[in-house]
Every structure is written in structure tokens, then in C-alpha cells.
Design a binder for this molecule. Structure first.
Ligand code: SF4
Length: 92
């Protein structure tokens, strides 16, 4: 259904006929780590995220997986290779 409070007329999975069913009955504002992300929009309560109603939770265990401004850098030396599978792949 479409949100009628924070982002009016925007489709939201948390909006029901009884209103917003997200905790606190509203989205939460973006946090400092979100600055620069393309998913920030202006809502009636200030800047909010269109992907996550609680941005602080998206950052609680590390990098937000929806973030457009920051990416995980994987070093080749950090990648573990199973030697048995690698030898099978090399044999093909
Ligand atoms: S997608 Fe992640 S980083 Fe971007 S605004 Fe939303 S919570 Fe913040």
C-alpha cells in the first residue's frame, strides 16, 4: 500500500489499512554513515532511506548492503581457495 505519512503516495510494504506497522509506526531518519547514498529522499520527517526504514540497523553489523556510496573492497589475498576444487577446475 502507499505510505500516507513520511513519504506520501510511495509504495511501502509497511503501510497497512491500520497505518504504518513498522516499529514506532514510522520510518527513521538516515544516519551520518548514509551521507552520499543515492537512496536518501526527503520525507515529512526529514531525510529518510527508500530501501530501509531503520538505517541505523543496516549499519549495526557493518556496511549497509544497499549503500551506493560505499562498497566492500575484497583483496585477492583475502580470498580463500579450496585447493581440491582449484585443481579440479584446472583439470577441465
Ligand atoms: S541504502 Fe543504506 S546507506 Fe543508503 S540511505 Fe539506506 S540505510 Fe543509508
Amino acid at each position: 500500500m502507499q505510505c500516507q505519512t513520511v513519504l506520501p503516495d510511495t509504495e511501502c510494504t509497511f503501510w497497512s489499512k491500520n497505518g504504518c506497522i513498522f516499529e514506532g509506526n514510522t520510518c527513521q531518519n538516515v544516519i551520518e554513515m548514509c551521507e552520499g547514498c543515492d537512496h536518501i529522499v526527503d520525507g515529512s520527517i526529514g531525510p529518510v532511506c527508500v530501501k530501509a526504514p531503520a538505517p541505523i540497523k543496516k549499519w549495526s553489523t557493518g556496511l549497509c548492503n544497499f549503500a551506493t556510496h560505499r562498497k566492500v573492497e575484497v583483496k585477492i589475498s583475502d580470498v580463500k581457495v579450496n585447493p581440491i576444487k582449484a585443481s579440479k577446475r584446472a583439470g577441465r
